[in-house]
Ligand binder design. Structure first.
Ligand code: ADP
Length: 201
């Protein structure tokens, strides 16, 4: 895969906007492979140096440094290809949670070809905070536990991640109202993707 770029879709939006829920459903579709950066980090050995480094950032609601993030992402993709879970000629990778900064866009630009950006828009901060708190109660997430950390993640998203959208051609971006029932959000995503994901499998 050295000379060919991975075909990717970006799932983009505030923490808690439903990227993971939608990504997991879409992952069941032929041709699509869901890759959530947070899951990749959480899958690292917690005792390893990188695992501990990840935890030190995540527990504060901060982003892991760009170069490390892209390195971990690339290694994970290469491992999945070697294990034959991902076939880059067949799969379009649905990236969730990466790139999260303009610098990550740059680091990834020679490896990925972005076909579409699904921007899940949700402007009601209170609802986001409630959703993240609900998720913390259900799963073991170090970054969802405290309100202060949640508010920091929202701030980091606005300051560091939203500028990612400006790095891409606006025609690639599908703005979708994420403040609807999950099935309605899924419907809108499918409408945006139907012309992008190939009909032949
Ligand atoms: P959410 O989507 O709810 O914000 P994630 O599960 O995507 O959370 O990420 C959890 C944590 O992993 C983040 O708070 C951050 O510390 C780290 N992380 C995930 N993706 C990235 C990324 N692209 N760049 C830097 N750090 C990341």
């Amino acid at each position: 895969m050295a000379d060919k770029k991975y075909r990717v879709l970006l799932l983009f939006g505030y923490p808690g906007c439903g990227k993971g829920t939608q990504g997991n459903v879409l992952a069941g579709m032929p041709n699509l492979y869901h890759l959530a950066m947070g899951d990749i980090f959480r899958g690292l050995d917690k005792e390893s140096d990188i695992g501990m480094e990840f935890m030190s950032y995540a527990t504060k609601g901060q982003l892991v440094p760009d170069e490390l993030t892209v390195r971990v992402w690339r290694q994970h993709v290469e491992e999945r290809i070697a294990a034959r879970d991902i076939n880059p000629n067949y799969h379009i990778l649905m990236l969730d949670g990466i790139p999260r900064t303009p610098s990550q866009v740059e680091h990834l630009s020679s490896f990925i070809d972005v076909l579409k950006i699904i921007h899940l828009k949700m402007d009601d901060r209170n609802r986001l905070v409630q959703r993240l708190k609900g998720r913390a109660a259900k799963s073991n997430r170090p970054d969802d536990a405290k309100e202060e950390v949640i508010l920091n993640r929202i701030k980091v998203y606005e300051n560091e991640t939203l500028p990612v959208l400006e790095c891409y051609d606006p025609q690639l971006i599908a703005n979708i109202n994420a403040d609807q029932p999950p099935l309605a959000v899924l419907h809108d995503i499918c409408k945006a993707l139907v012309t992008v994901v190939p009909a032949k499998i």
